[in-house]
Ligand binder design. Sequence first.
Ligand code: PLP
Length: 405
Amino acid sequence: MLDLENIFSDSAKAMKASVIRELLKLIREPGIISFAGGLPAPETFPTEKIKEITSSIIEREGAFMMQYGPTEGDPNLKAQILKLMKNEDDYPFDNENVLVTTASQQGLDMTGKLFVNSGDTIVVGVPTYLGALQSFSAYKANYMGIDLDEEGLITSDLEEKLEAIKKRNEKMPKFIYVIPDFQNPTGITMSLNRRNELLRIAYKFGIPILEDSPYRALRYSGESIPTILSLDKKGYVISMYTFSKTMLPGLRLGWLVSQNKEIIQKLTIIKQGTDLCTPPFTQAIAAEFVKLGHLETQITNNVAYYKQKLKFMLNALEKEMPKIDGLSWTKPEGGMFLWVKLPDHMSADDLFPKAVKEKVAYVIGSAFHCNGKGQNTLRVNFSYSTIEDIDLGIKRLAKVIKDNA
Ligand SMILES: Cc1ncc(COP(=O)(O)O)c(C=O)c1O
């Protein structure tokens, strides 16, 4: 028998199966309405277009697609990515500012590898994306958690904490991880003032920022706010984007971008050791999809579709939820999630099996807290379920909360 406890690395030993994976196992029973996943609605997938593109480009560039490709990414896809970014802002970027990744989860892992030694600290929101905590924890990171309010990360708290570290002459955090647009899990968008403040603080203390914005294109109301990347004048920001939420997650495609080419070069070397290159096969499909204007159409359609689902869910919450002190939820302007706060004495962790019994599921909010708190919070996804299921699921959730208040 292998004595794996003695053979596994310290990092592997530190890795635990995510709470979400365990919970998701419970909700595979028939009849359960799940607001737990973070999945795009499958009916939005552009199956026919992908079929056509795939067969035509196999004929046209089959040998290229089936071969290994450059670690930096397919130049055709990079050209399309640069065009997409140009439409968004007047970025002065070229190919060397961009690294195509096997979706943004790989970007998180590689950034961890780039910056984190065992015991280093990373600044994260409380709450933040669980998958990022998983990636960074593999490098044995510690966390400095900063609370969010309706304007996003509370930058004055961050500055105070960093001042205190400086005074004690301790080591500064390695980077600041933020999800400024329709954050996973809360749906909160960081205000322009906070984005500027975050940059000012990053410059003051010499800390890079990792801006993760998978939901940015999915805005249903309100005005778009400049990316932190576009506000950065000194090359402190690395941004991550993905085609997962706008095109389809199965392609596993995203990109890292920074004004700072030295960072992109180092990440490219890291990527080489990780998977040599992102699949040329999927990159060629995506490049053609964007080039033909299908992404633009897809985003317009998805925005209209998800906007309707969000509106429906917010109306259902307003109508069905019991009127009890301390119960509230966010009203996001985009993305895929909203965040429910229960009264302090209630626990979404304890409520979970009762919700499953009532045939509705969510993700417990504590899973997104690096500090073990947030037991009275939960995340609800509105992009995946049908309107009928949103209606019924919110009725069930409201009943569970009311019965246990
Ligand atoms: C904030 C955030 N970052 C990264 C990811 C990973 O996305 P992907 O690897 O599909 O691009 C997700 C997925 O839900 C996410 O919500």
